[in-house]
Design a protein around this ligand. Structure first.
Ligand SMILES: *Cc1c(COP(=O)(O)O)cnc(C)c1O
Length: 418
């Protein structure tokens, strides 16, 4: 098929059978049809290659089609792709043991599911069962998924409002404000759920010691600390987990995006022995999932953890993150009227523009120069950069250079308009 025909065909099917508004949004933003991907690059229907600094919002920490993950998944595919459910499964056992090695001390048990929202759903259920309480504290601007339970804790009115009434008993406090959290968390609280760095909320980094304060308040009141590491987990922030920056161990930790190595979807809920005992002792089947913990997904997870260690991706994330942040700070100094702030932890970086239009124009310029980054209409001020952790130093520099050229082009456009 001719490239243009491919594009028209896909967009028209999106319009007629998937989501017309989304079809308009994606084509207006200038995106084509993704055809294949490898390493840090995605190739579209015209054969154009894009440096993937969006990284599936954290899914592609190992890049696209990492050979070791692909090989592990193919091997498992030929042996037994899905679980018979009644037998023991070796890949699930192995992945749980490997995760216990890398998660914060005390997080030793794992429940496998298929997505981030599902991990959050389970985490909320576990917190309620383990404490016998129902009140939940969450944060404004927090993102925990869009299923009913997870959505109830997502701190965005825009997503929540059309679906109310949601799960009752959720109280929101400003993110990063330990004092407000102290006041909200009490003896009736089942858990506080919080991201180590707010991703969807615009790469918001809490003050040092924020999680430590939450941990302390939870210990005082018997509430559980749930850290949602669906996006920050597995090296994204320059530490294995985001909560490692504060040296805090949660009672429950959720993960998903990067866990399948960019090849398989998988989510996981980690928890302490106490939590597991309270949740599962009387009924080991109190929480289940048909596809959760399937052998192909777990094989991907095991290979992913191995690659992260073998290739030193956590250290790489920290080092390259610092390098990119330095470059972006220089860019901000050159264009202070366009770039309001640059911040990040590891390769989880946010560029905050001074005006909404600057973000929109910059993303279009990036695409023209062969790079994509995360930008949403829900948060038009902040562009997120979450490139693969396997990024080379040259690719990191390339990303900063393309962003610089793009902002420069936007500055020229805006100067002409004045
Ligand atoms: C993406 C995300 C989720 C939801 O994950 P899905 O797989 O899209 O359901 C939950 N929490 C955080 C922190 C996320 O970034």
């Amino acid at each position: 098929m001719h490239p243009e025909a491919i594009f028209d065909d896909v967009v028209s099917k999106y319009s007629q059978h998937i989501n017309p508004g989304l079809a308009r949004l994606v084509s207006f933003a200038g995106f084509g049809v993704e055809m294949e991907a490898e390493g840090c690059f995605i190739t579209d229907h015209e054969g154009r290659r894009f440096l993937d600094c969006l990284g599936g919002y954290g899914v592609f920490s190992l890049g696209h089609r990492h050979p070791k993950v692909v090989e592990a998944v193919k091997k498992q595919l030929d042996r037994m792709p899905l679980s018979g459910k009644a037998f023991f499964s070796q890949p699930a056992a192995e992945l749980a043991a490997e995760l216990a090695r890398v998660t914060p001390p005390g997080v030793e048990f794992f429940f496998f599911c298929n997505s981030g929202a599902e991990a959050v759903e389970g985490a909320l259920k576990f917190a309620k069962k383990a404490t016998g309480r129902s009140k939940i504290v969450s944060t404004e601007g927090g993102f925990h998924g869009k299923t009913i339970g997870a959505l109830s804790t997502t701190g965005r009115d825009k997503y929540r409002h059309p679906y109310e009434p949601l799960m009752p008993g959720v109280e929101f406090v400003p993110y990063g404000d330990a004092e407000a959290a102290r006041r909200a968390i009490d003896e009736a609280t089942a858990c506080v759920i919080v991201e180590a760095v707010q991703g969807e909320g615009g790469i918001r980094i809490p003050p040092d010691g924020y999680l430590t304060e939450l941990r302390r308040r939870c210990d005082e009141t018997g509430a559980l600390l749930v850290v949602d590491e669906v996006q920050t987990g597995l090296g994204r922030t320059g530490r294995m987990f985001g909560c490692d920056h504060d040296g805090v161990s949660p009672d429950i930790l959720t993960m998903a995006k990067a866990l399948g190595g960019g090849v398989m979807p998988i989510g996981a809920i980690g928890g302490t022995e106490n939590v597991w005992e309270a949740v599962f002792a009387e009924n080991p089947l109190t929480h289940t999932s048909t596809f959760g913990g399937n052998p192909m997904a777990c094989a991907a997870g095991i290979a992913t953890l191995r690659v992260i260690e073998e290739e030193g991706l956590v250290e790489r994330s920290a080092a390259l993150g610092r390098r990119m942040l330095d470059g972006l700070q220089e860019l901000r100094a050159r264009f202070p009227e366009l770039i309001a702030d640059v911040r990040g932890r590891g390769l989880m970086i946010g560029v905050e523009f001074a005006m909404d239009e600057v973000g929109e124009l910059t993303v279009a310029q990036l695409l023209m120069r062969g790079m994509c980054a995360a930008y949403t209409l829900n948060n038009p001020r902040v562009m997120r950069l979450e490139p693969p952790l396997i990024l080379s130093q040259e690719e990191a520099d390339l990303a900063v250079r393309i962003l610089g050229e793009s902002v420069e082009a936007v500055a020229e456009v805006l100067a002409e308009l004045q």
